[in-house]
Design a protein around this ligand. Structure first.
Ligand SMILES: NC(=O)c1ccc[n+]([C@@H]2O[C@H](COP(=O)([O-])OP(=O)(O)OC[C@H]3O[C@@H](n4cnc5c(N)ncnc54)[C@H](OP(=O)(O)O)[C@@H]3O)[C@@H](O)[C@H]2O)c1
Length: 339
């Protein structure tokens, strides 16, 4: 059994991780933690949906208490600055860390002040951290000490775009419109995220400033001045991300050639479902599942296409991908606890 502690266990993505891990046949929950000054939570109150299943209660985080649970791994579903401080100390004790925040996703430490608002306290770990877009990871994930779980928007964009990257015309822009349910912002109480402000509305935000943009550029191999435009939108739903991506190919493509690219990337990968040519995904097909769905429509002439992907931001965009990564780190079947 892998003993796993979750920090941020009562947050939106942490609670999803706890739900998955509590049913995982190869995992024992070693400890659940909330903020040091917080009230914690009883396991049954955290997850009444688990029908009375028992597990550790959520207690205020302290490293000593976490270590006393003798975990093999910790999932950090905490704010970026918290993960950046806590992960190095846990790693030093031999615990493997899967960080759901953005604290270890960027390889270039100099980007953190501008995009994340803090100077990175452990820049030497950025090179070591495995960027855990699981379907694109090879052997580096097996036995990794530190996994940087991808952001929710980047997961939705990268699964759709990476297989086609070699076909793109580098002189043409890539335009991404993504819409996320409000749980993407976490459980914070803020007027801007309240029901009355959001219900019945739809708006763009963070254009040119969203911290997921440098992450996507990094993973697509796009320079900081490449014509890549990412426009996130807030969708008045609880969960789900739909990304619509406009691309131009170097030469006219065919549906068969695109289908072949996707098949090469995702054959035998159960959590990415590629739809038949011309069929585009719908949020309701993926919400509350660990899957990403990808579809495309080739436009007249074959040089341009619209690619659409859909995920659940709290699952494939956070907790279920963290469990995929946990399984791979410990040499278990990637799908364990998720099917
Ligand atoms: N929401 C998403 O769709 C999503 C997707 C991918 C990645 N992420 C990333 O995952 C992380 C968590 O996001 P979330 O949306 O789940 O946030 P959230 O709902 O706001 O939950 C944050 C959790 O962190 C805990 N926490 C805060 N400060 C702490 C500290 N100093 N020590 C220990 N625990 C602390 C909170 O404890 P209390 O319960 O005591 O307040 C809470 O449980 C963030 O870095 C976020 O960017 C989120």
């Amino acid at each position: 059994m892998i003993r796993v502690s979750v920090v941020g266990a009562a947050g939106y993505s942490g609670a999803e991780a706890v739900r998955l891990l509590s049913r995982h046949p190869g995992v024992e929950l070693a400890g659940l933690f909330g903020s040091p000054g917080g009230k914690g939570a009883l396991f049954q109150d955290l997850h009444p949906d688990l029908g009375g299943a028992s597990g550790p209660d959520v207690v205020p985080f302290s490293e000593e208490v976490l270590l006393s649970g003798r975990p093999d791994a910790a999932i950090l579903a905490t704010p970026n600055e918290v993960s950046a401080e806590v992960a190095p100390r846990l790693l030093a004790t031999g615990i493997r860390v899967i960080d759901v925040s953005g604290a270890f996703r960027l390889k270039d430490a100099s980007l953190y002040p501008a995009w994340y608002g803090f100077t990175h306290p452990a820049p030497s770990l950025l090179a070591e951290a495995v960027y855990g877009l699981t379907e694109w990871c090879g052997d580096e994930l097996e036995g990794a000490r530190l996994v940087a779980n991808p952001g929710c928007y980047p997961t939705s964009v990268l699964v759709a775009l990476k297989p086609l990257a070699a076909l793109l015309d580098p002189s043409q822009p890539v335009l991404v419109t993504s819409a996320s349910g409000v749980s993407g912002a976490g459980k914070k109480a803020d007027l801007a995220y309240s029901f009355c402000e959001l219900a019945g509305s739809y708006k763009a935000y963070g254009v040119g400033t969203h911290r997921h943009e440098p992450e996507m550029r990094q993973e697509l191999g796009f320079a900081s001045d490449a014509a890549f435009t990412f426009v996130p939108h807030l969708l008045p739903l609880v969960r789900g991300i739909l990304s619509t991506i406009h691309v131009t190919f170097d030469a006219a493509a065919t549906d068969a050639a695109i289908a072949e690219r996707y098949a090469a990337a995702y054959a035998g990968k159960p959590f990415v479902k590629v739809l038949p040519a011309g069929r585009l995904p719908d949020l309701k097909e993926v919400v509350v599942t660990p899957r990403a769905h990808v579809g495309w429509k080739l436009l007249a002439g074959g040089r341009r296409a619209v690619v659409v992907s859909a995920i659940d931001n709290l699952l494939k965009g956070a907790a279920s991908q963290a469990v995929q990564n946990l399984n791979r780190v410990f040499g278990r079947t990637e799908t364990e606890g998720l099917l």
